[in-house]
Design a protein around this ligand. Sequence first.
Ligand code: NCD
Length: 348
Amino acid sequence: MRGNGGRMPSGAAAMPRHLLSMADLDAGAIRTILDTATQMQDVQRREVKKIPTLRGRTIINLFFEDSTRTRSSFEIAGKWMSADTINITGKGSSASKGESLRDTVRTIDAMGVDALVIRHGASGAAHQVAGWVDAHVINAGDGTHEHPTQALLDAYTMEQRLGSLEGKHVAIVGDLTHSRVVRSNLISLRRLGADVTLVAPPTLMPSGIGAWSAAEGFTLSHDLDAVLGGKGSGEAARPVDALMMLRVQKERMSGGFFPTAREYTVGYGLTRDRLNRLCDANPEIVICHPGPMNRGLEISADAADAAQSLVLDQVSAGVAVRMSVLYHLLAGEESPTESGATSEGSAA
Ligand code: NCD
């Protein structure tokens, strides 16, 4: 807890009304959310995981795409902070009867809910919803666009192991074209001072990424072994501190983006051989993957389960980081872990 009794310090970073993109958070706001997440992780480690911070608030998780960790961690985060959380999936809602997204979210909003956590297959859906409702809107993944809470939990997890990300070299490898995770991570990692190299086959590099990399100052490569071996030019010549493997998003692929799965793995998978070489060169390297993993395609079982793998730490951090985001958007200036009551475990 902070020395001022857990109150947010005056002059704390301003939070946006909605979290739609990582671009909504400046470096100060990212720092504030990550710092509060460490307090939330203390709650996560308690035997009684219940604080009264969001008592009386209602959070709707509205998921039009499948999810295991994002949806359940938002639900757990809300429940541990004593909010009422309700899950609605696209298949089980009136959307399956042809109701428009606008009518669906305005219907839910009319009930007086405080926050709408939305995942949708259309890029930009969360932005549109924010224009239609009074509730706070949190983007839990919109098409191939953004997934800001994933980027926050990734930064949190890497910082826990590496310390400050300022000047650290993070390589993100895989299906960049279809990944909302990489778009949000690029913004947050650059704002936290990390150097980023993106690695993908030419067919999985989004169009326009060259101009974007020049504007944002990250490096592009098609050669994973050169990046991991510290060969190449620019940032790619530097040893990698953190390696983030992205899922090959088969469900978003309409055509052939690579000849065969085997060829993808040979060129861009974190195979056992690559893992061994990496760990020999730098035993401190950390490996991340947002999940769900395609074991044997972009990441080998050896790498997924290696001591260097932070995959389950990412899942665990997801709850604490989402608690922090919900707190900062909904509760504002009150104490993160004590507002509305006097001590831990005192809530219903
Ligand atoms: C990601 C997503 O859904 O965008 N997963 C997640 O939220 N943990 C990445 C993915 O599906 O590959």
